[in-house]
Design a protein around this ligand. Sequence first.
Ligand code: NAD
Length: 365
Amino acid sequence: MKRKITILPGDGIGKEVTTEGKRVLAKIAELFDHTFEFEEALIGHDAIEATGNPLPDETLIALKSTNAILFGAVGHPKYDNDPTLKVRPEQGLLKMRKELGLYANLRPIKLFDELLHASSIKPEILKGADILFFRELTGDVYFGEKGRKDEGNTAYDLMIYHRYEIERIAHKAFKAALTRSKKVTSVDKANVLESSRLWREVVQQVAKEYPDVTIEHQFVDSAAMKLIQNPRSFDVVLTGNLFGDILTDEASQIAGSMGMLASASIGDTVGLYEPIHGSAHDITGKGIANPLASILSTALLLDISFNLKEESQTIIDAVSAVLKNGYRTVDIADASTKKENILNTQAMGDCVIKELSMVNVPINE
Ligand code: NAD
């Protein structure tokens, strides 16, 4: 298979972890006899410094003609500490999602058994939890009309959803549920919000087209509680942009570390794959960032964008083997980890690649 993959390293540890993700993709190409052509483009703080624009036109042009995108993260303390700055790194990310029509964010929350201890939740509550979030990504308060009035003393962000936006992501969630345990939990706040009442109405209508899937509705406050109380009661979770933003970060604690979770943003064309963590300035440049979320993002990329199921599973198996062999980055290490098994970013990448090198790939006639 011949495919073009655009790498957007972005800012902070985004650069460090995507380097390892790219190496893993190159190794998979070598092992399975594919041709992956890589190109890099600017986004975020680095793009503002170089061009004044967090998503330069050249980047957007490259993204519109590529087959898949591996993204790192954007963000810089300069902007976090000064909310008055008008041009901001995250504008690049929001614009990219909108321009590429990436309306569905998929976040699989699955814990490797070796990391049960790394979560703040008790292992007996956690073991076996396997959740797939579908978060709507291009609507809601983030994209509704916003502004200030009363000389700046009143601020508003419009929470807005259109029927078509709910329909298209609901179909994706129900289709995914058919391949899993055939249950969808839709999360909203329909007791108080009109946009949530439309959300629930549309989800109920879409559900009729999937009679084999059980649909359940939960209010976001109750879902936030149950996620910690009984994570195994969820399978596919379907929710809007704001609620999804908060719930998926909460759910990331199930996996113990931000450094372990991958996500996919998809629409009807190109897919974008990224770790769920940000640019982590507190550890940037120290070489200690965990690259496994970026590496697991490459597994999602191969599965969803290229339908390369075996290649994808090979990466997940390699990560699992590395953890089983006791190797950790510092964020997932504990008192039982041998000192010599605590690896830096590049060494963890090397370890995954070494595991991949031991895979016997059947030769297709
Ligand atoms: P963060 O995810 O960058 O970091 C949160 C904490 O988790 C930090 O202590 C960090 O050291 C740790 N961490 C994150 N990823 C890790 C990894 N791979 N290995 C080991 N430890 C890891 O979130 P934050 O600190 O709230 O935000 C930092 C910057 O990132 C901000 O500028 C924010 O706007 C940006 N951000 C960007 C994205 C994105 O680009 N998608 C997402 C979230 C935050």
